[in-house]
Design a protein around this ligand. Structure first.
Ligand SMILES: Nc1ncnc2c1ncn2[C@@H]1O[C@H](COP(=O)(O)OP(=O)(O)OP(=O)(O)O)[C@@H](O)[C@H]1O
Length: 357
């Protein structure tokens, strides 16, 4: 039985590099759970500081593991997703007041990509909850159903698709259109292929939305004789102005929202749902990721009920999911009969049904 006070003391023995205070005292520790021999929390930091805090996360994890009697520790590093961080709002062509009323002043143009039957967004209210992992594996699970599937990594803050699918290099151009990479049966494009990774952080507002519109409409996703059944769009995390601009400009047929079971993450999922409601994009459901006994279980299911949206399923905290992402080979592809692939198949079936595929 580990005492909460011992956990807090261990956390305070790790120094926050920004404030110079102990980690707990710094206020960065969110949703601390201490239960018998387990502990977990989220380290919530500004997006621009995620790299700075990666070693701090590791140090905190090690410090808690060193407490006598502790058997399981989980620390998730999440990027703060305060509305307003990704200014400017007005580039969307909507005033904030108009958005709040849910009534655009003037219609915002949305270009449907040619020869694409459905566009599905994968969103999260905050960073680090596993949105990209879910997007890639869900895309693979949809492909396993015999659908032709593309994936567009629109995460301007941290494009992870190149790593997760093991692709690199600028896309080829043919007849004025970009040719998507092919990986594991998926057609793939990423903002990370069009820019140096380091530049991705500065793609805000209009630049971000232009780049994504370009990838959406100027990529040869499908052809008249062979349309793409579904394009999965991995949105940037958060519910700020960048996200709003993107979902206004992207012709989305539906969205799934990924959340961890914690209350802090669920509040963000709720905000993401509200954002989609404002632009009349149906939320097809909530997915609980990193579900398990450290952070609890069932939070997203209860939240889905509160929001009156379907609960699509939960995914455990599972090393294979992380390893698959790091190795550029999604688990659904490398272990198609495994328990994780089966969970994704169940989610994919519901999503395909909702999209009429
Ligand atoms: N269910 C899981 N079990 C274990 N590791 C996971 C799980 N889901 C995601 N991860 C790992 O957590 C990290 C963050 O996941 P991912 O990049 O998919 O999150 P994200 O929400 O897209 O993040 P960002 O908002 O920064 O783009 C990755 O290292 C990933 O491999």
């Amino acid at each position: 039985m580990v005492e909460r006070s011992a956990v807090i003391a261990a956390l305070d023995a790790v120094t926050d590099p920004v404030s110079g205070q102990g980690l707990h005292a710094s206020g960065l520790v969110q949703g601390l759970v201490v239960a018998e021999d387990r502990a977990g929390f989220a380290l919530e930091v500004d997006r621009s500081l995620v790299a700075t805090y990666a070693p701090v996360r590791d140090a905190a994890e090690a410090a808690l593991k060193a407490i006598p009697g502790m058997s399981r520790v989980s620390v998730i590093l999440t990027a703060e997703a305060k509305p307003g961080l990704g200014k400017p709002a007005r580039t969307a062509g909507l005033s904030k007041a108009a958005v709040d009323q849910g009534r655009p002043k003037a219609p915002v143009p949305t270009d449907r990509p040619a020869h694409v039957r459905r566009v599905l967004a994968v969103a999260s209210g905050k960073g680090g909850v596993g949105k990209s992992t879910v997007a890639v594996n869900l895309a693979a699970a949809l492909a396993a159903r015999g659908l032709s599937v593309g994936i567009l990594d629109a995460d301007v803050y941290g494009p992870s698709l190149p790593t997760m699918l093991g692709i690199s290099g600028q896309p080829a151009y043919e007849d004025g259109a970009m040719v998507p990479h092919q990986a594991h049966g998926l057609k793939a494009m990423s903002v990370g292929l069009l820019t140096r990774m380091d530049d991705a952080m500065i793609w805000r507002g209009p630049m971000a939305s232009q780049a994504i519109t370009q990838m959406l409409t100027q990529t040869r996703w499908g052809a008249a004789e062979a349309p793409l059944d579904v394009l999965v769009v991995d949105l940037p995390p958060g519910t700020g102005d960048v996200q709003l601009t993107l979902i206004q400009r992207t012709p989305l047929d539906g969205a799934v929202i990924v959340s961890t079971p914690q209350e802090v993450a669920l509040a963000d999922a709720r905000r993401a749902h509200t954002l989609f409601q404002k632009v009349n994009v149906p939320t097809l459901g909530l997915i609980e990721n990193m579900s398990g006994d450290v952070f609890g279980q069932g939070g997203a299911k209860a939240e889905a009920e509160r929001l009156s949206v379907p609960f699509l399923g939960d995914l455990p905290l599972e090393a294979a999911l992380r390893q698959g992402g790091d190795a550029g080979r999604p688990v659904v592809v490398s272990d198609p009969e495994g328990a994780i692939a089966v969970r994704f198949a169940v989610i994919a079936e519901q999503v395909a049904d909702s999209l009429g595929l």
